[in-house]
Design a protein around this ligand. Structure first.
Ligand SMILES: *[C@@H]1O[C@H](CO)[C@@H](O)[C@H](O)[C@H]1NC(C)=O
Ligand SMILES: *[C@@H]1O[C@H](CO)[C@@H](O)[C@H](O)[C@H]1NC(C)=O
Ligand SMILES: *[C@@H]1O[C@H](CO)[C@@H](O)[C@H](O)[C@H]1NC(C)=O
Ligand SMILES: *[C@@H]1O[C@H](CO)[C@@H](O)[C@H](O)[C@H]1NC(C)=O
Ligand SMILES: *[C@@H]1O[C@H](CO)[C@@H](O)[C@H](O)[C@H]1NC(C)=O
Ligand SMILES: *[C@@H]1O[C@H](CO)[C@@H](O)[C@H](O)[C@H]1NC(C)=O
Ligand SMILES: *[C@@H]1O[C@H](CO)[C@@H](O)[C@H](O)[C@H]1NC(C)=O
Ligand SMILES: [Zn+2]
Ligand SMILES: [Zn+2]
Length: 615
């Protein structure tokens, strides 16, 4: 089936047999490794049609979260995201050459969230998160970058960006509404922008650009960092001055969704002064492919997550100069793989890699080896997904985690093991699917990189304890939760709403979809013209099932008055205690009733389980 389809599309098929079929002498291990990479391990559908270039063009990444070696699993649609940062670097180099041949401008932009996501960023031993992996990001010729909320949860991470990463960007790492508090040379505390608040620069073709770098109204940032609301930012004197002069285009970047968030606040502030100046916006944070046009002379895109998507925007600025006409924009969401890259750069697989690209790939492999990321815990018998299978079900990662892995891991060396319990976690603590095949240290950190602990409240009557989970998931509690941690929940909600929407499209034949997984991938319906035609490679949408926000282990089979332990993740105590006090009046619970249940960290659970059950 797959073979037939691939042949129809004119793909050259190549298995292990042609892995060595290339022109390079294998005189060092970089080439040895690259010899394997030249061919995707499975045939991939190529892009649908060439990119449309304008006179100003942008390549966009966002929310890469450490996925610099790309997606390495063979379950669909993972191979469509199998490029790595070295491949991307080669792509950018070729695209820059093509831009010069076409005599047009090409910029490279990133919208933040470099931290938290894979072993490359989170597998460090006693260092700072993403310090090493960011060195590779720094080797790409980014014209503009900005800060994400994942750069702001741990002070050491923000400080590392401030001292080690940002200085290499030459004033083009923009943080218009984010400050860091540091000690000045006299030892006094001082709040300063983490990067630059804005940048004005001239492109190769002489276009004058003004840029800002804005984060959404984020409130979960660590002490000694400051996030100003977008609304307050646009009223600052520096902002008014920065946008006063009219450039040829505003290129606004930000860790902020292009839909349902504060971009209109920034857009309107600029428009009020410059009614016709082109405005190009590059957002992020909700991990989706999305597009908005705020008027006929502006466009904003958001380019997904986890190195799955490379965003593209082009604009014909010269044709609209001095006129009131709408500007012609295009946008495209590219699948991040070598077939995509070679297609758009007209290169063969043997001529594609640049020296810098190869060296980045090799360096990332070395880092993975240094962090021992291929350490094998066991072999997963099947895929366990966050949203491609219903919860509860045996294909649900949430079911695997809460019904099997957590109870197993928490019972190890635990004196309370004999006391019945109910374990409660938030489902968005799990960050990525777990795929069939080897389950390594890298996979463990990718699925759950956070190092949280489990706490408990003892002696709660089983009949009361079993009502906590339904209460957490009921709408008023959700409303409160949403206000507190708008960030992660908004990601989950909007991601979900969007995936649900594409899944409900008429005309998707479920049976065909499940029998031909080779076609699985993103099917995007955004709000810009030609919605439904912005995905670069045509796919069938992956199945989507929504999951509850909170999940719990199966209640023990005991009478309602039997005392049980209520076990939960360390940050859920403040939500569970008020609920417990509402459900019963015999005792007024406080945080003093909460103790450590086990010293085990959430990031260790799946490794322990895999070691015991998947060998
Ligand atoms: C950060 O804040 C704490 C108190 O909140 C203070 O003691 C510390 O000196 C601050 N650090 C810096 C770098 O300003
Ligand atoms: C950010 O730093 C600048 C420069 O020190 C300061 O003037 C400004 O008040 C700070 N902004 C915030 C929101 O703390
Ligand atoms: C951001 O904060 C401002 C000021 O508090 C508020 O008016 C605005 O609605 C907020 N934006 C969003 C998207 O929550
Ligand atoms: C220009 O763009 C606006 C906003 O996208 C749209 O409403 C309008 O119809 C367009 N005008 C023309 C002449 O295409
Ligand atoms: C999971 O459920 C499916 C469908 O009910 C079944 O075919 C499969 O064998 C089950 N897998 C396991 C590991 O139990
Ligand atoms: C459990 O205790 C044993 C014996 O003290 C120890 O070797 C083992 O590492 C412990 N396991 C875990 C997961 O802590
Ligand atoms: C629960 O326990 C009772 C009494 O021991 C037993 O009869 C019943 O079958 C158990 N139910 C389940 C679902 O295990
Ligand atoms: Zn993100
Ligand atoms: Zn984010």
């Amino acid at each position: 089936m797959i073979l037939a389809a691939a042949t129809l599309l004119g793909l050259a098929l190549c298995g292990a047999a042609c892995a060595g079929d290339h022109l390079y002498a294998r005189d060092d291990h970089v080439q040895e490794y690259m010899g394997i990479r030249e061919q995707p391990r499975v045939p991939l559908r190529p892009p649908h049609r060439p990119l449309i270039w304008g006179d100003l063009n942008i390549i966009h990444t966002t929310d890469t979260h450490g996925w610099l070696l790309g997606h390495q699993k063979l379950s669909w649609a993972e191979p469509y995201y199998s490029g790595d940062l070295g491949d991307f670097s080669s792509f950018v180099t070729h695209m820059k050459r093509i831009a010069i041949e076409k005599d047009v401008d090409l910029l490279l932009i990133d919208s933040g969230d470099l931290h938290d996501g894979t072993g490359l960023s989170d597998g460090y031993h006693g260092g700072v998160d993403a310090h090493e992996s960011n060195k590779f990001v720094g080797r790409l010729p980014y014209d503009l970058m900005t800060i994400g909320n994942h750069e702001l949860y741990v002070y050491a991470d923000t400080y590392d960006m401030y001292t080690n990463f940002i200085p290499h960007l030459g004033g083009r790492y923009l943080t218009s509404n984010v400050n860091i508090t540091i000690f000045d040379s006299d030892g006094k505390s001082e709040s300063v922008p983490v990067g630059n608040r804005y940048a004005k620069f001239t492109t190769r073709k002489g276009r004058r650009i003004t840029s800002l770098g804005v984060i959404f109204n984020f409130t979960g940032n660590v002490a000694n960092t400051t996030v100003q609301t977008v609304h307050d930012m646009v009223n600052e004197q520096w902002f008014v001055e920065a946008i006063a002069e009219e450039p040829d285009a505003f290129v606004l970047i930000g860790h902020m969704p292009v839909s349902y968030d504060s971009w209109p606040t920034v857009f309107n502030a600029v428009r009020a002064v410059h009614p016709l100046t082109p405005i190009l916006i590059f957002g992020g944070h909700t991990h989706i492919r999305d597009c908005q046009q705020y008027d006929g002379r502006s466009m904003g895109i958001e380019s997904g997550r986890y190195m799955e998507t490379i965003g593209w925007m082009s604009a014909d600025l010269d044709a609209a100069k001095g006129k009131h006409d709408n500007i012609t924009f295009t946008r495209r969401y590219l699948d991040q793989n070598r077939v995509t890259y070679e297609y758009h750069t007209h290169t063969s697989k043997y001529a594609f890699d640049t020296i810098n690209g190869r060296s980045i790939t090799y360096g990332l492999q070395e880092l993975a080896a240094r962090y021992d990321l291929s350490y094998l815990y066991g072999t997963a018998p099947q895929d366990y997904t966050l949203s491609q299978n219903p919860y509860p079900s045996n294909g649900s990662l949430l079911s695997l985690f809460i019904d099997h892995a957590v109870p197993y891991a928490l019972a190890i060396n635990n004196t309370r093991d004999s006391i019945p319990n109910i374990i409660i976690i938030n489902s968005w603590a799990l960050r990525s699917d777990l795929f069939k095949g080897s389950f390594t240290r890298n996979d463990q950190l990718t699925v759950m990189q956070y190092k949280d602990t489990f706490l408990y409240i003892a002696n709660v009557a089983s009949g009361i304890a079993s009502q906590i989970l339904p209460a957490l998931n009921n709408p008023p509690a959700m409303k409160q939760k949403r206000d507190e941690t708008e960030d992660e929940l908004s990601r989950k909600t909007r991601d979900g709403a969007w995936l649900e929407e594409i899944d409900d499209r008429p005309g998707v034949d479920r049976r065909e979809a499940t029998s031909d997984k080779w076609t699985f991938g993103y099917v995007t319906k955004d709000s810009c013209p030609n919605a439904g035609h912005a995905d670069d490679t045509l796919h069938t949408a992956l199945p989507y099932y929504p999951a509850p926000y909170y999940i719990g282990s199966n209640p023990p089979n005991v009478t309602a008055d039997t005392p049980v332990d209520v076990v939960f993740l360390n940050y859920l105590g403040e939500e569970i205690i008020p609920i417990l006090n509402r459900l019963q009046k015999n005792k007024k619970y406080t945080m003093d009733d909460v103790s450590l249940y086990s010293p085990m960290l959430t990031s260790d659970v799946l490794g322990l389980y895999a070691q015991a059950k998947w060998n």
